[in-house]
Design a protein around this ligand. Structure first.
Ligand SMILES: [Zn+2]
Length: 330
């Protein structure tokens, strides 16, 4: 044995490999565990009947009509999934995005149907205008600009109509300033003070949303979303977004995307005591799916490792397209 070890070294007394020797020992000292109860399964609802349009190669990203959506939600719930996040693809779009707050809109109808079919499934609804506007932006457009304050009333009306339909949780994703406060006031004004808001507080102008935009039919027709979504290099600004959303009444915070922003998840975790959600977005899902399809990595291991990393960084809840797979794997 060498006698010239650096001072302070406790080897050979200390050997970290002792607890790595067997699967049972490793499991005993595991610091982070995935639990299907922590997962939210994103679902896309479209008009029609008997419709099921998957995105090629991405089997969990599927547009479904209300009837098929109910089947899928029932199956997910039977697997142990407690919550879904709903996105709507409307019949038609207009300049304002009026389909977003229509009582007979696609999400409103889906929520009522799901409520009846799977009563204790938690229904989280995405509140935004981009899926409903002809220009595909998340707010009102005037002279080529996305106008903040005019958008707030429309977002608030949308949130109230989701709550009226039976949504359990409202999740605004538009990134307009002041929208959490506007939505909170509108919900409370209509007797929905019990409905929590999960604010997409730190939603970045990311390159990882590609497959989702195709699934949700929400790509902007001009420009991009950099004038309202966060600039990817910024983390301090993300903390200010979180702080302001909490001050306006947000009950939980969402960081989106997840994997390229684990430092943001960790920073939010360290600073705020509310539940932290992280959205493992379609681009993160697609990267592994494509690599797995080529035999370059093992999907199950890579997916579980990614999701565990998101939880280890500090997320309490993970929105993921792997939700059903994880329920089967664990
Ligand atoms: Zn949007």
């Amino acid at each position: 044995m060498s006698t010239d070890r650096p001072t302070g070294s406790t080897f050979p007394v200390t050997r970290l490999r002792r607890f790595r020797r067997t699967a049972a020992l490793r499991e005993l000292v595991r610091e982070t565990r995935l639990d299907v109860a922590d997962l939210v399964y994103p679902l896309f609802v479209c008009p029609g009947e008997g419709v099921e349009n998957p995105l090629e190669g991405l089997d969990a990203i599927v547009q479904r009509s209300v009837d098929r959506l109910c089947d899928e939600a029932e199956e997910a719930h039977a697997l142990g999934i407690r919550a879904v996040l709903l996105f709507g693809i409307p019949e038609s779009k207009d300049e304002e995005g009026s389909g977003a707050w229509d009582d007979e809109g696609i999400v409103q109808r889906a929520v009522r149907a799901l409520r009846g079919r799977v009563p204790d499934l938690v229904l989280v609804t995405d509140v935004c205008l981009c899926e409903y506007t002809s220009h595909g932006h998340c707010g009102v457009v005037e002279h080529g600009e996305i106008v903040n304050d005019l958008s707030l009333d429309l977002l608030a009306r949308t949130a109230v109509s989701h709550a009226e339909a039976g949504a359990d949780v409202i999740a605004p994703s538009d990134m307009m300033d002041g929208r959490v406060g506007a939505i909170r006031a509108a919900l409370d004004g209509d007797g929905f003070e019990r409905v929590p808001i999960v604010s997409y507080a730190a939603k970045y102008a990311s390159a990882f949303y590609g497959p989702f935009r195709e699934a949700a039919g929400s790509a902007p027709s001009f420009g991009d979303r950099r004038s309202y979504q966060l600039d990817p290099p910024n983390v301090r600004e993300a903390m200010r977004e979180c702080e302001l959303d909490l001050a306006e009444g947000a009950d939980a915070l969402m960081i989106k995307p997840a994997l390229p922003y684990l430092d943001v998840v960790a920073a939010a975790r360290a600073r705020f005591d509310v539940p932290i959600f992280a959205y493992n977005v379609s681009g993160e899902y697609a990267m592994l799916k494509i690599a797995a399809a080529h035999g370059w990595l093992e999907e199950r291991r890579a997916a579980l490792e990614s999701l565990t990393a998101i939880k280890r960084a500090g997320a309490d809840v993970i929105v993921t397209y792997w939700a059903k797979d994880v329920a089967r794997w664990l």
